[in-house]
Design a protein around this ligand. Structure first.
Ligand code: GLA
Length: 356
């Protein structure tokens, strides 16, 4: 990706500033962040780059080269195209904090896979804020403003995991984050393991509505239990009196938080893998965010002798699976599992590491 060249060929002059940020894959700790819980994402190699230049015009002009779309907007007239609302949201949130952003020409390039649960939207928000603010904000402030942009302007009541991961994680170590206190630590992957991500090929059609519904169920469970968030509950026995499906939703959150805390201590890939497998079962049975194709792909990964563990990753309802594998067998696992998945009539693809 040559962002400067892309900017120049679109706008006819060089960019003044470029900001970049990676996508992420979550290894463990799914649907825990909006319950003030624990998460364990890691950055992926694919990045989004945002190049900007003052335009001297009245409008912002935004071009996204990966989808070949252009949007024009002002602060008072938000853009209609969905991709542009993330950038608009960042500008509007800075404005709300007293940071004036003059009309700009903006060029976006990205190889972060979109719509599969690898946080292409967080990468776009964080890269935009980096370009707009230079070194004046720290990484946590950037993540917090990016999250507000997504909630207020893209309409997803997300937690803070994706933006924190895009802003703070690297590709070699996972980011353990306590989303209540923002205490965090970079933790190495278990010895002798590497990350593989495969796309199930199933579009996440219910992701928006189903996500907000799960969040509302968790809030209702917390209200009935008389706690501020499900993070405050760590004994499964405490939720026995909840009506279904709230009891199962709460059980997922409690057991998933415990799995993240165990995984952070874990240097053994096989034990880490067992936690991933248990996470998938919990997301499927208690949290009900899986679909048959994800279950099938995850089962194929779990059955492979060189895979330690696998689960759906991201919000669910389709999208990607993550697996922890023996590093020397990574490509073999990807090829064999994708072939078996195709033989079963489904079309998947390799996302991480990016296929050569
Ligand atoms: C999406 C949200 C995150 C998180 C995950 C599920 O990626 O943006 O905040 O809730 O789903 O773990």
């Amino acid at each position: 990706m040559n962002t400067s060249r892309g900017f120049e060929s679109t706008f006819g002059a060089p960019a003044e500033v470029v900001g970049s940020a990676p996508g992420r894959v979550n290894l463990l700790g799914e649907h825990t962040d909006y319950n003030d819980g624990h998460v364990l994402p890691i950055a992926i190699a694919q990045q989004t780059r945002v190049a900007i230049r003052r335009s001297g015009e009245r409008e912002f002009v935004l071009h996204a080269s990966m989808i070949g779309q252009t949007a024009r907007f002002t602060l008072d007239a938000p853009p209609a195209p969905h991709f542009a609302t993330y950038v608009y949201g960042c500008i509007a949130e800075l404005h709300a904090r007293g940071v004036e952003v003059p009309p700009l020409q903006i060029h976006v390039e990205s190889d972060v896979p979109m719509g599969v649960g690898l946080s292409s939207s967080a990468a776009l928000e964080v890269a935009t804020l980096r370009a707009l603010t230079g070194a004046s904000l720290d990484d946590v402030q950037i993540a917090q403003i990016a999250q507000r942009a997504e909630i207020e302007h893209a309409g997803v009541r997300c937690g803070i995991m994706d933006q924190m991961a895009s802003s703070l994680a690297d590709t070699q170590r996972a980011l353990w984050l306590d989303t209540m206190t923002l205490e965090r630590r970079l933790v190495p992957l278990p010895r002798g393991s590497a990350v593989l991500v495969l796309d199930s090929g199933i579009a996440r059609t219910l992701a928006g509505s189903g996500y907000n519904e799960r969040r509302a169920e968790c809030e209702e469970a917390a209200r009935l239990l008389g706690v501020r968030s499900l993070r405050e509950v760590d004994e499964v026995a405490a939720i026995e009196g909840l009506p279904e499906p709230l009891r199962r939703r709460a059980r997922h959150v409690i057991t998933e938080n415990a799995r993240v805390l165990q995984a952070v201590q874990c240097t053994d890939a096989a034990r880490f893998g067992v936690l991933m497998n248990a996470s998938h079962a919990s997301l499927r049975d208690d949290y009900a965010v899986s679909v048959p194709e994800l279950d099938r792909l995850v089962a194929m990964l779990q059955a492979h002798p060189r895979v330690y563990g696998a689960r759906l990753t991201g919000a669910g309802f389709g999208g990607a699976c993550v697996a922890l594998c023996a590093p020397d067998a990574l490509q073999r696992v990807a090829d064999e599992v994708l072939k078996a998945y195709a033989d079963a009539g489904c079309q998947g693809r390799q996302l991480v590491p990016p296929a050569g």
